[in-house]
Write a protein that binds this ligand. Structure first.
Ligand code: HEC
Ligand code: HEC
Length: 272
């Protein structure tokens, strides 16, 4: 008699608990989906099949996350997917065309992205777990880390030490042009007709923007505009310096090259 009563309680309790678990999981996947639509779909496509509007002319092309042609994603572990999101393609010996997201999103948001990406292809990988075993305590930091704005002075210090004369400036410009492609700026920006369309055309960057601002922006775009779709590529100061000098030489001024307020820019409230 007593035992029957206990079962009577245990089963609904268990079911309620499972519902809570399922509910939480969905919430993370939904969060991942929302971030994906805003930050990833331009390249990977809204459905994840690699056919976003920004995928045109990219080499290599954005990965088809749905595995429609081959079993690729299915073979990756959750940790491997996390790592490429955190460090970018360049950080794991893939192409710099896949940006670095580890300095933009919180740990929890990165895992929410992994959980969402896992829903895009058939796989038998372990589910992403967001809470510590036997408790409701979250496993991952939910807050984004805010990195401070880079100071103007940093730029002028480097100008003095790295580019003291015209010849040294020219060396930095050449170096900057190389790094620009290597780290994947060209995946999102066009220069003289080549490159991606997610961000503004930079053919006239030298006219439109101050060099010290470019330097500070690319080191930490989120410190100027928290919800910008530009990734923080985790550049070191020397690389950012060389890139900013390179961009300062680009002065093609045609109306379509103008960095306009509409192009590639989003209203603050649109962001995730
Ligand atoms: C500017 C375009 C671009 C954006 C934006 C972008 N990706 Fe990618 N992604 C790529 C490219 C290109 C590759 C292929 C890299 C390679 O194979 O060398 C890739 C590869 C990947 C892979 C496969 C990695 C592997 O191990 O092969 C995953 C997963 C991925 N992206 C997820 C995302 C997510 C999630 C986002 C948004 C937070 C995102 N990407 C944003 C271009 C992009
Ligand atoms: C994932 C795509 C992406 C990548 C990668 C990327 N950008 Fe951007 N970039 C953008 C977007 C989007 C904007 C528009 C920003 C806004 O207003 O929110 C932008 C803006 C800019 C601006 C103009 C800032 C202004 O206020 O007008 C410069 C300069 C720039 N990016 C340079 C670079 C450089 C250099 C790199 C490589 C180190 C790079 N970007 C990598 C997407 C990207």
């Amino acid at each position: 008699m007593i035992e029957r009563k206990r079962n009577f309680l245990v089963i609904p309790l268990l079911m309620a608990f499972m519902l809570i678990l399922v509910g939480c999981e969905d919430e993370h996947i939904a969060k991942g989906h929302k971030i994906f639509s805003r930050y990833c779909s331009a390249c990977h496509g809204e459905d994840g099949d690699g056919t976003g509007y920004n995928a045109t002319n990219m080499d290599p092309v954005p990965r088809d996350l749905t595995d429609s042609d081959e079993d690729y994603m299915a073979k990756l572990s959750n940790d491997e997917i996390f790592e490429v999101l955190q460090l970018g393609g360049y950080g794991v010996d893939l192409s710099g065309g896949m940006p670095v997201w580890g300095k933009v999103f919180s740990e929890e948001e990165l895992w929410a992205l992994v959980a969402y990406v896992r829903t895009l292809h058939p796989n038998e990988g372990n589910e992403v777990v967001f809470t510590k075993p036997d408790s409701e305590e979250p496993l991952f930091a939910a807050k984004r880390v805010r990195y401070p704005k880079v100071r103007e002075k940093k730029f002028y210090d480097l100008l003095e030490s790295l580019a003291p004369d015209e010849e040294a400036v020219q060396e930095q410009v050449a170096l900057g042009e190389e790094i620009y492609s290597e780290v994947g700026c060209n995946a999102c920006h066009r220069i003289n007709g080549e490159g991606g369309e997610l961000g503004p055309d930079l053919s006239g960057a030298g006219f439109m923007l101050q060099t010290q601002f470019i330097f500070r922006w690319i080191l930490n775009p989120q410190s100027f505009k928290p919800k910008t779709r530009m990734a923080n590529l985790d550049l070191n100061e020397e690389d950012a310096f060389a890139i900013s000098l390179y961009l300062s030489t680009l002065k093609t001024a045609s109306p379509e090259d103008k960095i306009s307020d509409e192009e590639g820019r989003d209203a603050e409230d649109e962001g995730v």
